[in-house]
Design a protein around this ligand. Structure first.
Ligand SMILES: NC(=O)c1ccc[n+]([C@@H]2O[C@H](COP(=O)([O-])OP(=O)(O)OC[C@H]3O[C@@H](n4cnc5c(N)ncnc54)[C@H](O)[C@@H]3O)[C@@H](O)[C@H]2O)c1
Length: 411
């Protein structure tokens, strides 16, 4: 395994649970130390799961032990550059490290989300550099990860896994590998099909979230309750899939993946306007949320400047502590630009070092705030109590539905 983060660690654990020895290579020493001590750094993997597997998980900062492995799975980050283009630095770095130790007979699988063509055009040439031929001397496939942090109803085992190899032998080996840990392996004909299937899954979500986010803005103009509309539409038993509006899109995948596809499309002189429009709508949703906060304060005769604003939740998603691309970060920055005194409470996020903030105690913060904004629907919070204790509440997640109070407004 190369990269033992949100994706790599659960996979390593799944293989280890099947009795497979897993070399866990990572550039981050703190993760390797945690593994050595049987400590988990991923909320979905409790220490009780990890501890009994210590004998099977072999942390290493060095690629050399990978030479002994039958298969190597690469799960490194695929973020964006500052100019919103695919940043393959981690992936290419991992490929270089792996090329130096690659042995004939090995299977290499890329799991990092990326644009179609990455496996064949970017990974394979580096791996072939020292004279081995992909497809013949070693095998290569792409298999997208579908992990959804915080989800408990579907696991690595019960979530079907897509595999697409660069030739039939590669595909078959990848299928056999994942059959050890997944009940259903879905074979596609090429790595490109597997790469694009993953982007489709995420862009499908991005587009639908953009649709309901835009609807929330329209409903605000028309004075219609967006939640009531969605609740009603969702009673249709076919042809409708529910998505909820919110303060914007976060996480490592949804805000990033459309740009990967747009990049590849541009190479083919194609402009996926639908995909880019969804990204744009979702990126501007935090601006709309700040406007809602401004309006709520204004109606109470207060400017943002100098007001104490408490954000409830900093992570991008309920029940987890991941703040990557979280809309809360944008909201904090925008409120500060307007002179707001911003604090936050999040049971999953102790600190936001880049913003110089630490999670504050809930009750005194509610009492001392001019306004509390519900940004993440963490299940631990008692929202009725929030509405009771804070002078003004703006709910961007619909968690106060059913509560009517003069100090409360919802998206
Ligand atoms: N987090 C998710 O929910 C999720 C879901 C599906 C797919 N993905 C995709 O999976 C990939 C990995 O995401 P993640 O969330 O696990 O990221 P992560 O940051 O949690 O983990 C990646 C790990 O790779 C390590 N790393 C980086 N470069 C390395 C190198 N050259 N050699 C060894 N280790 C290196 C990092 O130190 C880190 O620990 C991304 O492409 C992401 O888009 C993520």
């Amino acid at each position: 395994m190369v990269g033992i983060g949100y994706v790599g660690l659960p996979l390593a654990v799944a293989f280890a649970e099947q009795g497979v020895d897993v070399v866990c290579v990572d550039a981050d020493e703190s993760k390797l130390d945690a593994l050595r001590e049987g400590r988990s750094y991923i909320e979905d993997i409790p220490a009780e799961t990890l501890a009994p597997l210590r004998e099977r998980l072999h942390p290493s900062s060095d690629y050399a032990p990978l030479a002994e492995c039958e298969a190597v799975i690469v799960c490194v980050p695929t973020p964006l550059t500052n100019s919103r283009e695919p940043d393959l630095t981690y992936l290419l770095g991992a490929a270089e490290g792996l090329a130096a130790v690659l042995k004939a007979g090995q299977l290499v699988v890329l799991e990092s989300t990326t644009y179609p063509g990455t496996t064949r055009e970017r990974l394979v040439p580096i791996l072939e550099r020292d004279g081995l031929t992909a497809g013949a001397d070693f095998h290569v496939a792409f298999s997208p990860e579908r992990i959804d942090p915080g989800r408990t109803d579907y696991t690595v085992r019960t979530t079907p896994k897509i595999v697409g190899g660069i030739n039939a032998d590669s595909t078959e080996r990848a299928r056999a590998l994942y059959s050890l840990i997944c009940d259903q392996v879905v074979v596609v004909s090429t790595p490109e099909a597997a790469e694009l299937a993953k982007l489709l899954e995420n862009i499908f979500r991005s587009v639908n979230i953009a649709l309901v986010n835009e609807l929330s803005q329209l409903c605000d103009r028309l004075g219609i309750d967006v939640w009531e509309v969605i609740d009603a539409a969702a009673t249709k038993p076919f042809g409708f899939m529910r998505f909820d509006p919110g303060p914007g899109m976060g996480g490592h995948c949804l805000p990033v993946d459309p740009f990967y596809l747009a990049f590849k499309a541009r190479e083919a002189d194609f402009y996926p306007e639908f995909v880019e429009l969804a990204g744009k709508v979702n990126q501007t949703q935090p601006v709309f949320c700040v406007e809602r906060i401004e309006r709520a304060l204004n109606e109470a005769g207060k400017p943002v400047n100098g007001s104490k604003i408490l954000l409830l939740g900093a992570s991008y998603k309920a029940g987890i502590g991941d703040v990557r691309e979280s809309p809360a970060l944008k909201i904090v920055r925008m409120l500060r630009e307007r002179g707001g005194e911003v604090s936050y409470h999040d049971p999953h996020v102790a600190e936001l070092p880049d913003l110089g903030l630490a999670s504050v105690a809930l009750e005194p913060a509610l009492a001392g705030a001019d306004l509390a904004a519900i940004v993440t629907a963490h299940p631990e919070l008692d929202y009725a109590r929030v509405v009771e204790a804070a002078p003004l509440v703006v709910d961007f997640r619909g968690v106060t539905r059913g509560i009517e109070a003069s100090n409360l407004t919802r998206l």
